[in-house]
Design a protein around this ligand. Structure first.
Ligand code: B12
Length: 435
């Protein structure tokens, strides 16, 4: 940890940083950064943390930012709960500037700058930052270290209510556009193997399949990118027609993991080699056993090696698990009575404490997740999704009772409509409401 104890006078700080006294005082007056303590006699006393703050701001200036932009960036990083100096803590005072020139620190700074530009809807600065990154680093590194990690961070800011959905959409739009452009500009395939990449139906998160397509295309493979929400129908015919050596599907959510399972079942039954990955398999790894095909791993970088192995024919077949009879019976009952269950639920929930639109969204969301969890053999998968909903309700200051009342009414509706067959659902609702 960098010390925050006031220990250095103005002269020592000017010597250490090389900044002019007037400039330092102007930063303090205009931006309050840094804001040193004062001695009894009114003299400024700076801590080691203050000195590193000054060096951090100076570093951003050498990278081309104005001082007010550098301060904005500092404030945005701090507001997201991250210490902008995280990482400098173990460095001695005099070697911070040397470490600042290492590629990792530069990439981290460029990522922070890109995030800040996106949060400010500053397209020009965001694009300039990316151009700078591409001029300094390899395409693969910028895509993974800046764009992917940047998207992840913006997703986290949105989730914790520190970024709006508009900021998140703006950033993902810019990131997608850049990957798209790189993909169209990549050279023609130099290898004979063909890989199909896409999202299963209900999945709209196209950023990582597009990124995977780019990384594979840059290795010379003939990649056919299919985009979002690809239905199972005719998929096998298409894969056979283009003589695909491998089909990759990516799912981020529980619901799309169930669609992915359906599509990969259809493809595997035709002898087509398949691979899959995405957030949901990292959060709920037990789902992997229920999906035919090859899990490509928890990270995009390493999945590329796995793809190389698969297209070389190093394929080890494995039998996927299937959901238990009680889960499949509950799925059947639930699917056939879902409309009745949901209208009973709405009746039970009167008077409504939330808007009908929000209620419909909530019911639709939970229903899709219940069906997916039954299909994938474990109702506990829904808890992860509901925990996500709980955190979201909390971030947006919604009372937790709204969720409990909803769960209780759901259980009663299941009782009324599919009592007996609905046991796995009821058991989960019961356990969840007791948590
Ligand atoms: C951008 C974004 C969107 C954009 C997508 C734009 C686009 N064309 O891609 C839009 C606005 C469309 C969107 C919509 C929605 N989104 Co969204 N979105 C995101 C965000 C911020 C990034 C998605 C992404 O690209 N992830 C990939 C990278 C950036 O994330 P990562 O964590 O670093 O990825 C690691 C692993 O997951 C894994 N991995 C990921 N993909 C792959 C692929 C392969 C092959 C491999 C091997 C590994 C792998 O490797 C990475 C590490 O190396 C995420 C947050 C997040 N962190 O993922 C939410 C997120 C995925 N979205 C979420 C939600 C809820 C939604 C919506 C339901 C919101 C709504 N109410 O409408 C819709 C649903 C759309 C749908 N049905 O598919 C949730 C999902 C949670 C859940 N329980 O389901 C997330 C996690 C946000 C959150 N924290 O709550 N979203």
């Amino acid at each position: 940890m960098l010390s925050k104890i006031p220990a250095f006078n103005l002269k020592a700080v000017l010597r250490e940083t090389g900044l002019a006294a007037d400039t330092l005082r102007a930063w303090e007056r205009r931006y309050g950064l840094p804001m040193p303590q004062r001695t009894g006699g009114g003299h400024r006393l700076y801590s080691q943390y203050d000195i590193e703050t000054i060096k951090w701001l100076m570093m951003r200036q050498t990278e081309g930012l104005s001082i007010s932009r550098a301060v904005d960036l500092w404030n945005e990083i701090s507001a997201s709960g991250t210490d902008p100096l995280a990482g400098s803590a173990t460095l001695g005072m005099s070697n911070v500037s040397a470490a600042g020139s290492t590629s990792e620190t530069t990439m981290n700074a460029l990522r922070a700058e890109w995030i800040a530009a996106c949060l400010n809807f500053n397209e020009v600065l965001a694009e300039q930052t990316l151009n700078k990154a591409f001029s300094m680093f390899q395409v693969e590194d910028v895509c993974l270290e800046l764009l992917q990690k940047g998207m992840s961070e913006i997703g986290r800011l949105w989730y914790t209510n520190h970024a709006s959905v508009q900021q998140e959409h703006f950033a993902s739009g810019l990131a997608m556009r850049r990957i798209d452009a790189l993909l169209s500009a990549s050279p023609s395939p130099s290898r004979s193997q063909t890989v199909l990449v896409g999202c299963p139906s209900t999945e709209w998160h196209t950023f990582t399949p597009l990124l995977v397509s780019l990384l594979l295309r840059r290795r010379g493979l003939n990649v056919i990118y299919l985009g979002a929400n690809v239905p199972t129908e005719q998929f096998a015919e298409t894969a056979l027609k283009v003589k695909a050596n491998l089909v990759i599907l990516v799912a981020q959510t529980l619901v799309s993991a169930a669609s992915l399972q359906n599509t990969l079942q259809a493809l595997s039954s035709q002898g087509i080699v398949t691979g899959f990955g995405g957030r949901i398999f990292n959060v709920r790894p037990s789902i992997i056993d229920y999906v035919p095909g090859h899990f490509l791993g928890t990270a995009i970088e390493s999945s590329i090696q796995e793809v190389e192995r698969l297209i070389k024919g190093k394929v080890k077949e494995r039998m996927p698990k299937t959901a238990s009879q009680s889960h499949l019976a509950a799925l059947h009952g639930f699917n056939s009575k879902r409309t009745l269950i949901e209208s009973t639920l709405k009746k039970n929930l009167q008077p409504l404490s939330i808007s009908p639109e929000e209620l419909n969204n909530g019911i639709y969301f939970l229903g899709n997740n219940i069906a997916a969890a039954l299909q994938l053999g474990d109702m506990e998968h829904v808890s992860e999704e509901m925990d996500w909903l709980k955190t979201l309700l909390k971030a947006y200051s919604r009372p937790p009772q709204e969720l409990s009342k909803f769960i209780e009414s759901y259980s009663n509706a299941i009782d009324e409509q599919i009592n007996g067959q609905g046991d796995p659902i009821k058991k989960w609702l019961q356990e969840y409401s007791e948590k």
